[in-house]
Write a protein that binds this ligand. Structure first.
Ligand code: SAH
Ligand code: MG
Length: 188
């Protein structure tokens, strides 16, 4: 049961998607008839398994050795239909080719969102969507955080501005979960 993974994540402070964010992501998958997903940031495999349970094929990037081992174990246990492929690599330096996808889910290092977007948007199928998680970064107050976190918040702000001004994508922002967005390529 995926609830076991959720409890594990809470106990070990693994930042998995929150319930409200997950509901939003799964609804987006259903509404857009998404069959294939590229995920950046596997962690223990919770969101990947949730998407797989809707019948999606999921390719998912993870760079952290401990997380890779946990994800492998969880996929062995729960991905009975072998629809998930774990790509054990840093998504910023990965070189091999990929398929194209109906949905790209960006949920990795917050400071790198723009890079992930720019590198991977070309792997989106026509009519596909790019979903980002944690854009509100736990609703932290920029005046009450340390320097590193402030830098991170500024980077996220810059990314949000980047999405708003992107001439090839229309983006909607949702103040639910930890702040999410859906970007859809404009038809030209
Ligand atoms: N999507 C998961 C949670 C992911 S947490 C869920 O909701 O269940 C973010 C993960 O992204 C961390 O495990 C971290 O190691 C990984 N990560 C961060 N930057 C990365 C990168 N550049 N390439 C691959 N993985 C990355
Ligand atoms: Mg997240």
């Amino acid at each position: 049961m995926l609830n076991t993974l959720k409890s594990y994540a809470v106990e070990h402070k693994v930042p998995i998607i929150c319930d409200q964010g997950l509901e939003f992501l799964l609804n987006t998958i259903k509404e857009n008839h998404v069959k294939s997903v590229l995920e950046i940031g596997t962690a223990i495999g919770y969101s990947a398994l949730q998407m797989e349970s809707l019948g999606c094929y999921v390719d998912t990037f993870e760079r952290n050795k401990d997380m890779i081992n946990l994800a492998k174990k969880n996929f062995k246990l729960y991905d009975e239909n072998h629809r998930i492929r774990l790509i054990e690599s840093d998504a910023l330096t990965y070189q091999s080719d990929l398929k194209t996808y109906d949905l790209i889910f960006i949920d990795a290092a917050k400071a790198q969102y723009q890079k992930f977007f720019d590198i991977y948007e070309k792997y989106l199928n026509p009519g596909g969507v790019i979903v980002c998680d944690n854009l509100a970064f736990h609703h932290l107050d920029i005046n009450k955080v340390n320097r590193n976190t402030r830098q991170l918040l500024k980077k996220l702000e810059m990314f949000i501005t980047y999405l708003k001004n992107h001439d090839q994508y229309d983006t909607k922002f949702y103040d639910l979960g930890d702040g999410m967005s859906i970007s859809r390529k404009k038809i030209i």
